[in-house]
Every structure is written in structure tokens, then in C-alpha cells.
Design a protein. Sequence first.
Length: 455
Amino acid sequence: MDKQRRILERGTVAVDNGKITSVEKTGEVKGKHKAERVIDARGRIVLPGLICSHTHLYGMLLRGAHLDIDPPTDFSQILQRVWWPMDEAMTTSDAYASALIGCLDFLKTGTTCFADTYSGPNSIHLSLDYIAKAVRQVGIRGILAYEATERHSPEEGVKGIEENVRFIEKVGKEREKKVKGMFSIHASFTVSDQLMKSVRQLADKYETSVTIHASEGLGDLYHNIEKYGKRTVKRLHDVGVLGPDVVLAHCVQLNDDEIDIVRKTGAKVAHNPMSNMLNAVGVAPILKMLKEGIRVGLGNDGYIFDGFENIRTTFLLHKVHHRDPRVMDLQTVLEMATIKGAELYGLEKEIGSLEAGKRADIIVIKPDVLPTPLTPQSVLGHLVNTVDGGDVQTVIVDGEILMENRKVLSVNEEGVNAIAQRAAEKLWERLGVIKPHVEYPRGSSNIIMFDQGKV
Ligand SMILES: [Zn+2]
């Protein structure tokens, strides 16, 4: 993923002090470096860690839940009947538990950096500290935000923004390397123009990114047309919130005029194909955006955390949507999951490729089943069509080995699973969903559930 998009057959990546110091052909590198540690990756694929441009770690706690509700018929009802009751039941301990299991899933499937938006109207204050604690324990990178919304009241919006300001100042003071803060606005149909203007001013002041769900379902579009007489992206533009530091999630319902606004303002787009399919909202006009030079990254929106599944879905979805197998190529989807994701959050000088000078975020992949030879010509095809997250053997973030030969070194996996399952069980009970009976693994765990307020 360097500028020339080179594929090295028999290459060597040298790492020192958390940074990549060289990427060369193995023959050229011999004798140049004295390594304390050598990882033999012969027969394997070495790739920059994947970047998830949009997620909700708390979505993990709803996996497999049997909801006793009338099946939602559209995206607005999915929010009303599923996500909003759930986020209202969330505690900061749940935020911690979901972040632990979400980060573990990311680590085990090769994602080394993600942008998360947390929502929990009854657990706003300190929520980002709880999530950050989990991110640090697992050891990958996280860009974290609380989702400001005025769903219940304007005060709720203020509290959400305040949590972001508090967290951005805190991580700034502590000069965090792996955890960053940003601002998040839920969506234009749950916030006022005033809230968006406030966030714009604060993002300028703190020089951080802003993320907004934009035109995901038709409800967002119709709300803006009926109440403001304009389409969603036009309203965001007229309010003045758009700019190169803005990441718009979804952008499913955009027309050509709105795509033009996104391009002109330099705003970026996080594409979440699997979530869009799950919620049946439609197919985002990604090909048009790419043609216009808009930067598009890949997100999971809290649904499937394996980046390779999201890569494969993106590869397939646009082909069938346009009934043309030529429209989405291997290179483009892999870029969306790596270097483009870094560009979305202004991190392209730090991560997203294997190049000297960048942070050492590296994954080593060994396909479990390899039906055809692995060559420089076939490697992209294998990455998109053969590999899944379970083939990721070793993960390095900032030069630190977090998983080696599929053994997670940073946290106790059983402990993390137990914490998440306990939190989900209690959450489901609060939601009046089901009464699960699960035996939890007991024994040593290097993670201790802590009381609220002690972060
Ligand atoms: Zn989302």
C-alpha cells in the first residue's frame, strides 16, 4: 500500500522502536540489520493492519439476542425498536465489556485501528474512559467519540459534546499514541443546526475529526426535505459542518448534487456494506464517489468485525448492484480497508501502509486453505477471495506483538469472553429479552471487572 502499491516477493520489513525502518527485498536487506527478534513469514502474506473506518463496539452485546419485538419494517423502526432501547440500557461497565470483546475480535481478525462511536444516554459521563481502558488492554488503536444527539432533549446533546471535549483534552494531555478522541454527531434527524455548529467550532479548536451518520435510511432524507426543504447533505453543508475533517458514515441515499457537495468540501465517506444490507437501506453510490475522487474507507457499523468479510462484501455488492463484474477491483477494496481508512482520519502519514517511517502496524496471514500458488500476481485475489480473519496469524501494533501464531498475548481471551457474556446476560435481562443460562469459564484472568467510577 505504498505510493507505487508495490508487492514484494520475498520481502523483509524491519522495525525499530515501534516504527518501520525499511521495507526491502530480502536479498537486499541481508546483513544490514541486527535483529533482536526475527519473525519468519515465509509462505505468508505480510500486510498493513486493516483499518475499520466506522464501528460501534457496543453492538457486540446484541449479537444473537432474541428480541421480543414486532419485526421492524424499515431502518427507522430498527433504531426505535432495537438500538435505542439497547443504548438506553447500557452502563459504563457494559461499554467497557463491549469494547474489550470488540477489540479482541478486531485483533484476532487483523484490524489494528478503528473509529468508534458510543451511544448510551444513561451512561455518557466517563464512557470514553471505560472504552479507552479496554482499547489499551487489547493494544490496538482506537479513535473514540461519544455520539451527540438531541433525541431526548437539547441537554442530552450538550452532555454528549462535553464528554468528547473532556476525553479529547485528557488524551491530548497524556500524549496518547494509540487512543485518540474525535467528535461524533448521531445524524441530522436527531440534532439541531445549533448542535452541529457547536461541534464544528469545537472540532476547529481541538483540530479533531467529526463523524456523522448521513443519509443511511430514507427517514433521514425525508426528515430533512420535510422540515428544512433540502436533502441531508445540502443541509449539513448549509449549516457549515462539512469539511476535510468530516467522515460521513453510509451516504446511501445521496444524489449527484450531494456527491458533488461531498467532493467540493473534501468530506470523506465510511462505507458500511454489510450493515447496509442487514438494515436493508440500499446500496451507497460508492462507484460515483470513487470516480469523483472522494476518499472512501470501509466500516462495519458494529456488525461483522472481520475486516476480510467486509472487504469481500464490498467487492461483490457493487458488481451485482450494477450487474457488471468489472466495476469493483481487488486493489480498490483492499485500499479502502487500509490506506484510505488512514486518510479518512488524517493518519496516512502514520499508518495504513508498510513504508519506512510509518508506525509498525503489521499483520501476517497464512491462508488455511490455499488451492492455488501464492504469487505476486495472485496475492490480491487470495486476499479478497481466499483469506478470512481466522487466517491472520500474527498481529503487531506500534512494534508490539499482540498476537503470535493465533495466540493473543495482550489479554486473556477466556476472561474477555466471560466479561462480555456476563454483561450481555445482564443487559438482555434489563431489556426483558430472554433469560440465558450460560456456564462461564472460570480460572485465571488478567482482566478484573471494575466498579463504575474507578477508571
Ligand atoms: Zn453507525
